[in-house]
Design a protein around this ligand. Structure first.
Ligand code: GRF
Length: 209
């Protein structure tokens, strides 16, 4: 069986990308990272990719229309024959045009228990709202913001003394764990979608040949 290829899209620090790369290295995740693409040339994640010997592509989005950018981005992903596109801190909303080119082949990780607190600063939103539990969500990307079918979630407590930073750190540790687990499930192909529900172990999503 051919090793499945990931395209990672990021805009900044890239700690989720690093966790995925580390799980691949240690054999916990059977996949390879075909390319890391950033819309920000100064993203630390790009630097890390280069250090790890992974193909790193800077595709600046500044001054490019959304449609044009998404075509360039989709072409780049296709050039590297990626089976799955993983958004890992990619700070751009993808157009329906992009999403339609990779149906059920794009995952995102979001630092809240969706559908609570979509959008920016989810951890800050959670602290401000006063929830007692928050967490993170890996979901398929559709054309709406943080809205596609949920693949995996993990919960963490929100403590009385938390601010957005302390809560973010607690959530991030879970992000690093569940993103690789979700990728493993989806690449394994043993799942189906029933309505909005991603159901593990029933039939084949991705071709696992
Ligand atoms: C993470 O909190 C992720 O959930 C959100 O953006 C952040 C990216 O962090 N989408 P990193 O670049 O992976 O360190």
């Amino acid at each position: 069986m051919r090793v499945k290829r990931l395209a990672i899209l990021l805009s900044g620090r890239g700690s989720n990308f690093e966790a995925i790369a580390s799980n691949i290295r240690s054999g916990r995740l059977d996949a390879e990272i075909a390319v890391v693409v950033s819309n920000r040339p100064d993203a630390r994640g790009l630097e890390t990719a280069r250090e790890l010997g992974i193909t790193a592509v800077s595709l600046p989005s500044k001054g490019v229309s959304r449609e044009e950018y998404d075509t360039l981005l989709a072409d780049e992903v296709e050039r590297h024959t990626a089976d799955l596109v993983c958004l890992a801190g990619f700070m751009r909303l993808l157009s329906p045009h992009f999403v339609r080119r990779f149906p059920l082949r794009i995952l995102n990780i979001h630092p809240s228990l969706l559908p609570s607190f979509p959008g920016l600063d989810a951890q800050h939103q959670a602290v401000e709202h006063g929830v007692k539990v928050s967490g993170c969500t890996v979901h398929f990307v559709d054309e709406y913001l943080d809205a596609g079918p949920i693949v995996g979630q993990a919960a963490v407590p929100v403590l009385d003394g938390d601010d957005a930073d302390t809560l973010s750190a607690r959530i991030l540790a879970e992000e690093h764990r569940i993103y690789s687990e979700a990728i493993r499930l989806i690449l394994g192909g043993e799942w189906s979608i029933e309505g909005r529900r991603v159901v593990a172990g029933r039939s084949t999503g991705l071709d696992s040949a």
